[in-house]
Design a protein around this ligand. Structure first.
Ligand code: SF4
Length: 151
């Protein structure tokens, strides 16, 4: 296992046949430990689901609970040509100036104000991988970055 890899939950507490079933709070705690271990790099949400042995629906619900509690933040991104989210631990200890910069960036993301955010997950009716609103926003960001780089 290389540095930065996430130890699968089944490895951490035993084989899938011997591991005890974790409750929601234990899974949340384990998720936070994994996300924290990734630091500034963050973790693709599908990597977290895999490490926890969750499917995308269960994983998305878990992420929404952690988001609602203010324990994590997520940023839309593209991985292997697919739109997805990266998850980061919310860092309440950040300095005020850093917070204002980060909140400004988050507010731009259409998901931040989307009325469907609680029903949006990979494979769902509302899915970040196929969302036209998110795609348009990402396309605009990519176009802007290309313009900046070309100058
Ligand atoms: S529907 Fe689109 S804009 Fe809304 S939360 Fe999902 S990905 Fe974001």
């Amino acid at each position: 296992m290389s540095r930065g890899d996430v130890e699968p939950l089944s490895t951490a507490i035993g084989s899938p046949f011997t591991q005890k079933r974790l409750g929601p709070e234990e899974i949340e705690q384990r998720a936070l430990e994994i996300i924290k271990s990734r630091g500034e790099e963050g973790i693709y949400q599908h990597e977290l689901w895999k490490a926890l042995g969750l499917d995308s629906r269960e994983g998305s619900r878990l992420a929404l609970r952690l988001l609602k509690k203010g324990l994590i933040v997520r940023e839309p991104t593209v991985h292997n040509g697919r739109r997805t989210y990266k998850l980061f631990l919310a860092r309440k200890e950040r300095k005020r100036t850093q917070i204002s910069i980060n909140i400004g960036a988050v507010i731009e993301v259409p998901c931040f104000t989307c009325k469907h955010v609680e029903k949006c997950y990979e494979g769902g009716y509302f899915d970040p991988a196929t969302c036209p609103i998110l795609r348009k926003w990402l396309d605009q960001k990519v176009a802007l970055m290309k313009k900046i780089i070309s100058h």
